[in-house]
Design a protein around this ligand. Sequence first.
Ligand code: URA
Length: 204
Amino acid sequence: SLTALKGCRRCPLWEHATQPVAGEGPEDAALMFVGEQPGDTEDLTGRPFTGPAGQVFDTALQVNGIRRQEAFVTNAVKHFKFRPRGKRRLHQNPDRDEIAHCKWWLDLEIQRVAPRLIVAMGGTALESLTGSRDGLLKRRGRFEQTPEGTPILVTVHPSYILRLPDDRLRAEETARFQTDLALAARWLVGDAPDWTAGSPASRA
Ligand code: URA
């Protein structure tokens, strides 16, 4: 069970993290969001998307009328991976093995919640859910599915937006991220383009 996540030793990341961060939300949520891994804030709060990336995420939900408490929000990797630098802890990308080992927990969450749609936010989530992160920026805004057949909507990670160096670019990408989440909301009410293979919405 997810209680056992606290004792997880499937990869070495547990050792330096404060705590694992499990997904949160109703077990019957129709919509699941998958990010990368907890950040510095989440490692301390124990809750997903409660730091700066969470603010971008929360705003995108709000402008689309998606209530966060009705969605299941989680990450591909459950422990914060970082490199100490002075008093700071610098984010490091989880590697292929860490993503693969932690898929066990993500699969458990997917099985429990059985969401109708998963929004994959960024390359790590996409790799975990589909086996490949190649071409993320071409795939974003489109529907795919997991090997088990759960529909996925691909989008970027909110931290990617925060890292953009230029105000105008950041504004554009924020709007695009919000448009992607709008598509997820429309899909849930049967108002999005058909996502089946070969349809305009799924063609690369
Ligand atoms: N970034 C993520 O991918 N997940 C979080 O929970 C916070 C930041």
